[in-house]
Design a binder for this molecule. Structure first.
Ligand code: KG4
Ligand code: ZN
Length: 336
């Protein structure tokens, strides 16, 4: 019988300090996330220096907790997988320094992981992956459409040209006076809308799989400011729902077009915005119509975590891809 692969994953690219142990790239043995959301909330967004400082305070505790909860000893860990980028450079460096120190002192390999690949592999923790597949990653920092012919091979077929989808949710929420992070607030408010406002859709040029959300954000801003100037009260729920519908329609339509063009057997959705109920409903209906298998991980695996990094890291590890102690953070790391 072949030995199981046990990977410790570490993730510090943004505002979650996370460590997890994953077995065979599919089974979560532990998944520890120390969220900093409370510290950033009063600033209305993530403050990089504060994020780095919290990571430094939490990283050792979180790694120890991950091993303890998994009930494994260091002898059973085959490698340490860590997020190399994209993300905030100072935040990434904390995780990378910890991963290097652990790999060196325990005499085990170090594996670098792309954060977007991690979001994609969150799906493998809940379902088998069937290739070829298309994955939509929508979070506070990213909006990417990826085609995967096999494990560990990524073709970027579309991305945002300006704001990330989650960033647009957060900015529009701020305009409406809602707390950070705004995505869940907009999602909740949308459910109360009776007459969603009609906002434009950014389809871009014919055939493009790219996205753009800044025009939509400006349209919402103009709508709110014009109403303010006229002294009219706005119906926040109708604005939130109109904005959300515009984002969702473009995401769903382009993603399903990619599924058709690439002959995908499976559609994966990941990232914090995948928690959006409206997006889940519309994507589920569209996937059914196109007869493609849809996987959307539960909320805890949609937002940043280290189990997804360990899962993606397992693929690199088994392919023999190793990092050495010169590994550096790459805030703009590309998937392909
Ligand atoms: O993946 P994530 O936790 O962090 C990044 O890597 O960016 O995503 C966070 C983003 C935030 O912009 C947040 O507003 C958004 O995901 N988000 C949502 C919902 N829940 C979280 N956006 C829309 N609807 C939601 N229910
Ligand atoms: Zn993320």
């Amino acid at each position: 019988m072949t030995k199981n692969t046990m990977i410790l994953g570490i993730e510090t690219s943004c505002d979650e300090t996370a460590a997890a142990v994953v077995e065979n790239g599919t089974m979560i043995r532990s998944n520890i996330v120390a969220s900093q959301i409370k510290s950033h909330k009063r600033f209305g967004g993530v403050v990089p220096e504060i994020a780095s400082r919290h990571h430094v305070e939490q990283i050792t505790l979180v790694c120890e907790a991950a091993l303890e909860e998994a009930k494994v000893t260091w002898n059973e860990i085959d490698a340490v997988a860590v997020t190399q980028g994209p993300g905030l450079v100072g935040a990434l460096l904390v995780g990378i320094s910890a991963a290097k120190a652990l790999a060196f002192s325990k005499g085990i390999p170090l594996v670098a992981v792309n954060h977007i690949a991690g979001h994609i592999y969150a799906n493998r923790l809940v379902a088998d992956m069937h290739f070829p597949l298309v994955a939509l990653i929508v979070s506070g920092g990213h909006t990417e459409l990826v085609y995967m012919p096999e494990h560990g091979v990524y073709h970027l077929i579309g991305e945002t040209r300006d704001d990330a989808a989650g960033e647009a949710f957060d900015k529009v929420a701020r305009v409406l006076g809602l707390p950070y992070p705004g995505g869940p607030e907009i999602d909740r408010l949308s459910r109360e809308a009776e007459n969603p406002i009609e906002f434009p859709r950014a389809w871009l040029e014919e055939g493009s799989y790219d996205f753009s959300f800044s025009g939509l954000k400006s349209a919402v801003l103009n709508y709110v400011h014009n109403a303010e100037q006229r002294g009219e009260a706005i119906n926040k729920a109708n604005v939130a729902a109109g904005f959300q519908e515009s984002v969702i329609e473009v995401l769903v339509e382009k993603t399903l077009r990619a599924v058709g063009e690439y002959g995908a057997k499976q559609l994966l959705v990941a990232g914090g915005v995948a928690a959006n109920l409206g997006l889940r409903e519309k994507m589920t209906a569209a996937a059914q119509k196109h007869a493609v298998e849809l996987v959307i991980p539960p909320l805890k695996l949609c937002t940043d975590n280290a189990a997804m990094i360990a899962a993606a890291g397992t693929i690199n590890y088994l392919k023999g891809v190793r990092a050495d102690l010169s590994l550096n953070a790459n805030p703009g790391l590309q998937l392909t």
